[in-house]
Design a protein around this ligand. Structure first.
Ligand code: C2E
Ligand code: CA
Ligand code: CA
Length: 645
C-alpha cells in the first residue's frame, strides 16, 4: 500500500511560514526562541525525509543504493522526530525559566539519557535491524523493537505533560493550552496513523501545534521592544514573575538614566534610540565574554534591567570595565557632550527582596531613595531605611490616614512688615502614622497626587481651615487670612468653586479670610477649566497666591495675565542671598514683581539678617523659621495671642 502524502506536503509550507515569521519578528534571541527554531527546522527535515523516503522506495524491488539511502533517511527521520519531543521538554524549561534546575550536570545527563540511548539503538539498527528494516519488496518495515521509539517519545511526552501541570499556575491559559497541544495533537495523530497507516498525519500535527506556539506563545511584540530590538519592560515583568514563581535565585540589576528625558528631547527620537542601543551593546559583549547567563530588558524612556542567573558574580567590580567599554564605544555621541547619567541598584533575589511587587517597585523608584550623587547602590542598604518603608507602603499609609483621620493641619505664621505683626498663616498638612510616625508632606503629597488620593486630602485641608476659622475669632487676634495650598488635581475639578462655596456657607466664612495658593506647574499645562476656576474664585472674592516663584521656569507673561494678588518667593531664591549674584537676582525679582503691583511673601527666612535684608528690599510679608515653624492649631493660636497683642 502506498502512503498518502497530502498531509506531509501541507506541513512544509506551514513550517516554512513559522520559520519565516520567527525571523521577521526577530524572535531569535534567548534560549527558548533558539530551541523553538531548532525544533521547527527538525520538523521540516523530518517532513522532507518522510517524503524523500517515499520517492526513494517508489520503484520496487529496491536495489542496494535505494536500500542504503532509505536506511539513512529513516534513521535521520527518527533522530529528528524524537529529537523534537526531547527538545520540547527543554523548550518548556526555558519558557518557564526553570532551565537553571538543569544546569547541574547530573540532572542534564539524566534528562538526555533516554534520547542518547535511543540514538545508539538507532545507529545500531544498521546491524541489528530490530527497530526497522528495509526489505527489497516492501521497503520500510517495522521491526519488533519499534516500541523503543514510542517508549522514549512517550517518556518525554509524559514528563512534558506533568511539567506543564506543575507550571499551570504561572502560564496564561491560552499559552498553556497551546503548549500542551503538541502532545494532544501528536497523540491523536499517532492513533490515527496506527489505524490508517497510509495517512502520514504525524508531521502535520506537529507543524500545526508549532504554529500555535509560534502565534500564541512566542509573541515578540510583547517581548521585544520594537525600536531597540531588545526585550522590553513587559518581558522583564513576565520574566521576573516566573523567576519568583520558580524561586530561582538571581541578581537583578536596575539601571536608570536620570537625565534620559532631557537627552531625548535634545537628541531627538532617532538619535536617542541609537545612543540607547549603542549604550547597551558593550554590556552584551561583556556578558558573552564572561559567559554570564543573563538577559537585558529595556525601557525606552530611560532604564534597563538585567537578570543575572549567576548569584555569585561580583557585579560591582565589573563596573569600571563595562563603563570604560561604554565610554569607548560611544565616543561619537559623547563628543556632543551628551551622556546618560546612570544610577544603578543591585537587588539580590530572594535575600534582599522576595516579592514581585517589591522588586518592581524598587527597580523603578530607587533613585528617589538614595542620595542624588550615589551611582551604585545595593537594595540591602536601601530597604532598611525609613524612606523606603514609608514610600513602599505609602498607598496603604495614605488610605489608612484618610480612613482613620490621621492628618492634622499645622499653621505657620506669616509676618506683615507694614503692620509689624502676624496677619496671615499658611496651612500645612501633617501626617502622623501610627507605625511610621510623622511623614513629611514633601514625601507624601507628590505620591498622593500621582495615585489619585490628593482630592480627599485636599478637601480635608479646606474643611479643617474653615472649621478653625469658624471656631475661633482669629480676626480679634489680628489674623486676616489663612493660605491654603491647592494641588493641580484639585484645580482641574469643575466643581472646585462650588465645593468652596459650600464650605463658605456651612461654616459662614467670608472669602477674604482665605487665600488659595497655586503653583506654577498648574500654568505649565494651563487648561481652560483651571482658568475658569481661578476666574470664578476671584469673582467670589478669594485671593489667589502664586506659590514657589523662582523654582523652574517662572514666566512673567503668565503672571501678568492672571488675577493674582500675591506671589510667594521660593526659599531657593532666598538661599542665594549669601552671594552677590544671588542678591542681585533677588533684588531684581522683587522689584519686578513690585512693579506689576504684586504683594510679596518671602518663604524660608531663617535668620535675622535675611529678614532685615528682605525688609530692606521692600517685601510685604515674611514667612520662615526665623519667626516660627508650622504649629499645631492650639499652639498657633497661643502664638498669635502672645505675639499679636
Ligand atoms: P510649600 O507650599 O512651599 O510650603 C512651605 C514649606 O517650607 C513647608 O514645608 C514649610 O514647613 C517649609 N518652611 C517654612 N519656613 C521654612 C524655613 O525657614 N526653613 C525651611 N527649611 N523650611 C521652611 P512642609 O510643611 O514640609 O510642606 C512641603 C510641601 O508640601 C509644601 O511646600 C507644599 O507644596 C506641600 N503641602 C503641604 N501641605 C499641603 C496641603 O495641605 N496641600 C497641598 N496640596 N500641598 C501641601
Ligand atoms: Ca505653599
Ligand atoms: Ca512654597
Amino acid at each position: 500500500m502506498k502512503p498518502i502524502l497530502h498531509f506531509d506536503y501541507a506541513a512544509i509550507p506551514i513550517l516554512l511560514i513559522i520559520l519565516f515569521s520567527v525571523f521577521i519578528r526577530k524572535a531569535t534571541k534567548g534560549l527558548a526562541n533558539r530551541l523553538f527554531i531548532i525544533m521547527a527546522v527538525m520538523a521540516l527535515m523530518s517532513t522532507l525525509l518522510d517524503i524523500g523516503l517515499d520517492f526513494v522506495t517508489a520503484i520496487k524491488p529496491l536495489n542496494a543504493f535505494q536500500i542504503n539511502l532509505a536506511y539513512i533517511f529513516c534513521i535521520l527521520y527518527f533522530t529528528f522526530t524524537s529529537g523534537i519531543v526531547f527538545l520540547y521538554l527543554f523548550f518548556l524549561f526555558a519558557l518557564t525559566r526553570t532551565t537553571y534546575r538543569f544546569r547541574r550536570r547530573s540532572v542534564r545527563v539524566i534528562a538526555t539519557l533516554p534520547y542518547a540511548v535511543l540514538m545508539v539503538i538507532l545507529f545500531a539498527n544498521f546491524y541489528t535491524e530490530k527497530i526497522f528494516f528495509i526489505s527489497p519488496e516492501f521497503g520500510y518495515t517495522r521491526g519488533e523493537g519499534v516500541f523503543v521509539l514510542y517508549f522514549v517519545s512517550i517518556l518525554y511526552g509524559i514528563s512534558g505533560i506533568l511539567y506543564l501541570f506543575v507550571c499551570k499556575s504561572f502560564l496564561k491559559t491560552v499559552n498553556w493550552l497551546s503548549l500542551i497541544s503538541l502532545y494532544i495533537f501528536s497523540f491523536c495523530a499517532i492513533i490515527m496513523q496506527y489505524y490508517n497507516p497510509m495517512y502520514l498525519v504525524e508531521m502535520f500535527a506537529t507543524s500545526i501545534s508549532l504554529l500555535m506556539v509560534a502565534l500564541i506563545v512566542l509573541r515578540p511584540e510583547e517581548i521585544v521592544d520594537p525600536v531597540l530590538g531588545v526585550p522590553s519592560y513587559e518581558a522583564y515583568k513576565a520574566e521576573l514573575y516566573k523567576l519568583i514563581k520558580t524561586k530561582q535565585p538571581a541578581q537583578i540589576i536596575a539601571v536608570r538614566f536620570i537625565n534620559a528625558a532631557d537627552i531625548r528631547s535634545y537628541l531627538g527620537e532617532e538619535l536617542y534610540c541609537r545612543y540607547f542601543t549603542n549604550f547597551i551593546q558593550p554590556i552584551y559583549r561583556y556578558a558573552r565574554r564572561e559567559k554570564l547567563s543573563f538577559e537585558l530588558y529595556c525601557e525606552l524612556s530611560g532604564a534597563f534591567y538585567i537578570i543575572l542567573d549567576d548569584v555569585h558574580y561580583d557585579v560591582k567590580s565589573s563596573f569600571p570595565e563595562v563603563n570604560e567599554a561604554i565610554e569607548r564605544e560611544n565616543r561619537g555621541f559623547l563628543n556632543t557632550g551628551v551622556r546618560f547619567s546612570q544610577r544603578v541598584c543591585l537587588i539580590r533575589y530572594p535575600e534582599d527582596l522576595a516579592t514581585y511587587e517589591e522588586i518592581l517597585y524598587l527597580g523603578s523608584e530607587f533613585c528617589q531613595l538614595v542620595p542624588v550623587e550615589q551611582i551604585f547602590s545595593r537594595a540591602s542598604d536601601i530597604i532598611g531605611s525609613r524612606n523606603y518603608l514609608v514610600s513602599s507602603n505609602i498607598d496603604h499609609i495614605l488610605r489608612r490616614a484618610i480612613r482613620e483621620h490621621l492628618f492634622e493641619i499645622y499653621y505657620q505664621p506669616i509676618y506683615s512688615v507694614k503692620e509689624g505683626r502676624f496677619t496671615a498663616a499658611e496651612a500645612l498638612i501633617r501626617l502622623n502614622d501610627s507605625t511610621y510616625g510623622l511623614i513629611s508632606p514633601g514625601l507624601f503629597i507628590p505620591i498622593a497626587e500621582s495615585r489619585g488620593l490628593i482630592l480627599p486630602i485636599g478637601e480635608f485641608v479646606l474643611d479643617a481651615v474653615h472649621r478653625l476659622l469658624s471656631e475661633n475669632n482669629l480676626k480679634e487676634l489680628g489674623l486676616s487670612y489663612i493660605e491654603v495650598n491647592l494641588s493641580v488635581a484639585q484645580c482641574i475639578q469643575k466643581d472646585l468653586p462650588r465645593k468652596i462655596k459650600n464650605l463658605q456657607n456651612r461654616y459662614r466664612i467670608s472669602p477674604e479670610n482665605i487665600c488659595l495658593e497655586i503653583t506654577e506647574t498648574i500654568y505649565g499645562n494651563l487648561s481652560k477649566v483651571i482658568d475658569e476656576n481661578i476666574r470664578e474664585l476671584t469673582e467670589m472674592g478669594y485671593a489667589i497666591a502664586l506659590d514657589d516663584y523662582g523654582v523652574g521656569y517662572s514666566n512673567i507673561q503668565r503672571i501678568l495675565k492672571l488675577p493674582l494678588e500675591i506671589v510667594k518667593i521660593d526659599k531657593s531664591l532666598v538661599d542665594g542671598i549669601d552671594s552677590s549674584l544671588g542678591v542681585s537676582v533677588l533684588k531684581n525679582t522683587v522689584s519686578m514683581l513690585k512693579d506689576i503691583d504684586k504683594e510679596l511673601v518671602v518663604e524660608g527666612v531663617e535668620t535675622k539678617e535675611v529678614f532685615e535684608k528682605m525688609v530692606e528690599m521692600d517685601c510685604d510679608y515674611i514667612q520662615g523659621y526665623y519667626f516660627s515653624k508650622p504649629l499645631p492649631a492650639k499652639d498657633f493660636i497661643d502664638f498669635l495671642k502672645k505675639n499679636n497683642r
